[in-house]
Design a protein around this ligand. Structure first.
Ligand code: SF4
Ligand code: SF4
Length: 163
């Protein structure tokens, strides 16, 4: 049996920046005051429950190659996939670990792979307004959903699938 190699956060602390921690009154896209220089948690062991229970999709081995650790790829991918109605495509939350990370060649390659599989990406970024931007390929499985997002006033970036 081919078990997925266990991954560890190592020096990554990307989610300590991208994610809010309610116990610390810390909002998204603010570096946590307890982040150690070089990565890791300065209060590990007594860190808040929100931090203890969190893992990203890369850590869970669900997305990305081993070298795509979020502090290197620049993207923290949420574990939970949102599906608002039966038949809707799955929505994947993507948080930029630094402004512009999604727009890099590496970020776009990741996006391309996900969207080719029919996912809709909901990208959260510190710099861009509105903070929720949806990216999807115009596929038979995604088009109706993307149009509904637009009707609701969300910013949708349509991409044409490439062969
Ligand atoms: S972003 Fe993922 S790999 Fe990085 S510290 Fe958070 S859970 Fe670990
Ligand atoms: S308390 Fe520790 S684990 Fe939680 S966000 Fe801050 S540095 Fe990260």
């Amino acid at each position: 049996m081919n078990a997925i190699a266990k991954r560890s956060c190592g020096e990554c602390s990307a989610c300590c920046y991208t994610h809010g921690v309610k116990e610390l009154n810390k909002d998204n896209f603010i570096q946590c005051q307890y982040t150690r220089g070089g990565g890791g948690c300065g209060i590990y062991g007594i860190h808040p429950k929100s931090c203890r229970v969190y893992s990203c999709s890369w850590l869970d081995g669900v997305v990305g190659a081993p070298e795509d650790r979020p502090d290197k790829l620049g993207l923290v991918i949420g574990v939970q996939r949102w599906q608002y109605r039966l038949g809707d495509p799955e929505v994947t939350l993507v948080f930029e670990a630094w402004p512009g990370a999604f727009d890099t060649e590496r970020g776009q390659l990741f996006a391309h792979t996900q969207m080719q599989q029919g996912a809709v990406l909901c990208v959260m970024s510190k710099e861009k307004l509105p903070r929720f931007s949806y990216y999807l390929y115009r596929l038979s499985t995604t088009e109706a959903y993307g149009l509904r997002l637009e009707e609701k006033g969300y910013l949708v970036y349509w991409r044409e699938p490439q062969d």
